[in-house]
Design a protein. Sequence first.
Length: 291
Amino acid sequence: MKLTELFSKKIPTLSFEVFPPKTSSNYDTVKCATSEIAKLKPDFMSVTCGAGGKTDVYTADIAASLSRDYGVTSIAHMTCVGTTKENAQKRIKELQELGIENILSLRGDIPEGFQIEKCDFKHACALTAFVKSISDMCVGGACYPECHPESANISEDIAHIKEKVDAGCDFLTTQMFFDNNIFYKYLCKLRDAGINVPVVAGIMPVTNASQIDRICRLSGTYLPSRFINIVDRFGSDPEAMKQAGIIYATEQIIDLLANGVNAIHVYSMNKPDVAAKIQSNLSHIIPSVKV
Ligand code: FAD
């Protein structure tokens, strides 16, 4: 199913993101984790890819297995970094042959020393336009409630999001955020800029304290004091931190749903127990959830 069809129903949806193995040696572990999450029957699952195309074969394999073996609609991520027009065309054909109808079109983070200027696609909008020109794939893109770190300001960033949508992007998925008010203000700015595609809210359950440094370093995400207090108090107790992180994410989701945000995407990080707990916490709140 194309995700545009799902979003057009305007009902609450719960979906999970998983990542592929980096090498064949951890393939079985990852496959087992993604299968366990698929058994929860979420509305859809996204499968990330490593920048540079190194994991593309696993991304496609896992995305295909989710829909073929578990009946879960999947979306395969694809990046500009290291992708030529020729291999993008080949990749899209392969995904279509595997029955995958959705792509998340991304630029990817640029590895140190890598010259994106020399690539066929310098920005996600170019890859999006290319995918749309050669296929009828449903294409999503990334957006950043707290501004992409490379953009000078949020207005400039939103102008580029508009280019992405004008290039054919059917929906947007946000970077993680821990303060819903930031998301609500951002949503208003997108709508003011004439961006009217569905916006999927990306929620990261932080289940261990070591994730925090990485999150802040990579994305500059704002951590509200309520969240910092939880990490300070429970960060050294793994089970307590996990429980508190899941509850924090659940509360964020309930607030989003209560404020009319329908599409919730959980960065489940290949953790079936975390995905299952969040889903069961919402069993009466999201009607499609079956526990
Ligand atoms: P773009 O839309 O190209 O934007 C990148 C920067 O360039 C922004 O600052 C933007 O404002 C600016 N820009 C855009 N268009 C133009 C233009 N025409 N001219 C000048 N400037 C422009 N990375 C992975 O490697 N694999 C993944 O699977 C993956 N999944 C992700 C999923 C989500 C939901 C999100 C939010 C991010 C994901 N990322 C992934 C990370 C993403 O690749 C990085 O954040 C990357 O730095 C930007 O990607 P983008 O698609 O937003 O790029």
